[in-house]
Structure formats: structure tokens, C-alpha cells
Design a protein around this ligand. Structure first.
Ligand SMILES: C[S@@+](CC[C@H](N)C(=O)[O-])C[C@H]1O[C@@H](n2cnc3c(N)ncnc32)[C@H](O)[C@@H]1O
Length: 251
């Protein structure tokens, strides 16, 4: 089977997602657990698990947590890490977000964090989440979000230049409309900013590409600058991205 762009990109960099600060330590991880109040009887599914951080965070609170992804290197990594952490209730499986290999109404909780901006079809993903959730089940979603209009377009282009598998991060309004359309009642939402260290974010690229990405961050309109907040302190360059967090009940 030919690898998709996603499988190419994430297969090459899988190990880095286990330790990457925004993934392993991002604020949204603890917020998801705090707001959903997981129960010991619950069966949960984490879609596009990457380095598995959401599955690890929920595993000790629930009966079973499935960690799923389409990149084999991620699945291998999560299987080994769950064992290392003694999390024996984590199951690992291949699953495409738009075609989940689970029965209707199987889960009390579905999670998905920092991934839908890579999906071929977010509407198909949402329809699948609704299908596999039990009635009144919870869907806990986090993804990078962008402002509307040209500022958001620029941020998406900047992210896509560094990682071509980044298709498009949505706005908060797009998410609200799509969640409603697919039969979810939003019970909580918030936006969380995360500081990104440019050096580590761009480290998969050679010097020329890093210089181009750096220029894309430096030569921006005041509106983009206000959104990304690039800052240099000595040799360190940072900027910020925004995550949208939505907790949703299957109506
Ligand atoms: C940034 S990582 C996810 C981070 C992780 N959820 C976390 O919280 O640390 C994005 C993941 O999405 C997966 N992915 C991308 N498109 C997918 C799809 N259509 N179905 C399932 N997984 C997908 C990639 O293989 C990758 O592992």
C-alpha cells in the first residue's frame, strides 16, 4: 500500500511526538480530563492518537481506552509506551478518522486532539464520531484554530509550508457550526494559547527551509503579528498558536 502524505510525514517524525512539549505537556491535556470527569466504567476511543498522550491521560480514569491512528510507527510507539507505563487497559489499533472500525454506539467518550487539521474530511470524521458514541456520550475535541479571513489563511499557509500534511485549521465558528450540524450539543468551549519554540518546530528541515520559515514569521502584517506574537530573546525565537477545545454531548 502506498503511504499517504500523513503517513509519510508522521512516520518519519513519530518518535519526536512522544516528547514534543505542546503534545506531551500541553495545557489542553489536563483540561480535557478535568472537564470531562471520566468515570471508571467508561470505554473511550482516542482518534489520531499520535504519541498517545490523550490515551495515557485518560487510561487510569476509565475501564478501557483505545488509541488509534493511521500511521504504523505511531501505533508501534504507543503500544511500547503504554506497556512501559503499565497502562494495560490501552488497546492500540489502526483506524482512519473518516471510517472508524467500531460498532455503532460503542463508546462513552471519544477524544481527538491536535489532529483534525490533517484529516481529508472533517464532516465524515464528525459523522463517524457520532455513530460510535453512545447516546449522551461525550466527544472531547481539541484542534489548532485560526482567526477568520486572511490572517487565518496566512497561518494555515505558514503551517502547511513546514508540514504539507497540515491541510487546514478551522476557525472557532466553523467548528461550532459543524458540531451542531452533526448532532452535538456543545457543553463547554475555550481557547488556549501555546508557545512554540521555532527551533524545535522547524528542526525537521534543513537550514534553507528554516530560513524561509523564519522569514515567513518575521515579514508579516501587523494583524498576523498580533495573532502569532513572534518574539526573539537572544538566539531563541518563539511564536504562539491557538487551540480550540470543545466538549460536546451526542444529542
Ligand atoms: C499531531 S499528531 C496527534 C497528536 C496527539 N493526538 C496528541 O494529543 O498528542 C497527528 C496524528 O494524526 C494522525 N492522522 C492524520 N490523519 C488521520 C486520519 N485521517 N485518521 C487517523 N489518524 C490520522 C497522524 O498519523 C498523526 O499521528
Amino acid at each position: 500500500m502506498n503511504k499517504s502524505l500523513v503517513q509519510e510525514q508522521f512516520g518519519k517524525t513519530a518518535a519526536s511526538y512522544l516528547t514534543s512539549t505542546p503534545h506531551a505537556l500541553g495545557k489542553s491535556l489536563e483540561r480535557l480530563v478535568a472537564i470531562t470527569s471520566p468515570q471508571k466504567s467508561w470505554h473511550g476511543l482516542d482518534v489520531a492518537t499520535g504519541g498517545g498522550h490523550v490515551a495515557y491521560a485518560f487510561a487510569s480514569h476509565v475501564a478501557r481506552m483505545w488509541a488509534t491512528d493511521i500511521t504504523q510507527e505511531m501505533l508501534d510507539l504507543v503500544r511500547a509506551e503504554a506497556q512501559k507505563r503499565g497502562l494495560s487497559n490501552i488497546r492500540v489499533a489502526y483506524a482512519k478518522a473518516e471510517a472508524l472500525p467500531f460498532e455503532d454506539e460503542s463508546f462513552d467518550l471519544v477524544t481527538c486532539r491536535i489532529a483534525p487539521h490533517h484529516f481529508d474530511s472533517i464532516p465524515e470524521f464528525l459523522a463517524e464520531v457520532r455513530r460510535v458514541l453512545k447516546p449522551q456520550g461525550l466527544f472531547a475535541l481539541v484542534d489548532n484554530v485560526v482567526p477568520q479571513g486572511s490572517v487565518g489563511d496566512y497561518i494555515n499557509a505558514f503551517e502547511r509550508f513546514r508540514d504539507p500534511s497540515h491541510l487546514r485549521a478551522w476557525t472557532m465558528d466553523e467548528w461550532r457550526a459543524a458540531l451542531k450540524k452533526h448532532g452535538f450539543a456543545i457543553t463547554h468551549e475555550e481557547q488556549l494559547y501555546k508557545k512554540i519554540e521555532f527551533k524545535s518546530w522547524a528542526s525537521r528541515h534543513d537550514d534553507t527551509m528554516q530560513a524561509l520559515l523564519c522569514a515567513m514569521l518575521a515579514q508579516v502584517t501587523p494583524e498576523v503579528k498580533a495573532a502569532l506574537e513572534p518574539q526573539s530573546t537572544g538566539a531563541e525565537l518563539t511564536f504562539r498558536l491557538c487551540e480550540g477545545l470543545f466538549i460536546n454531548r451526542r444529542a
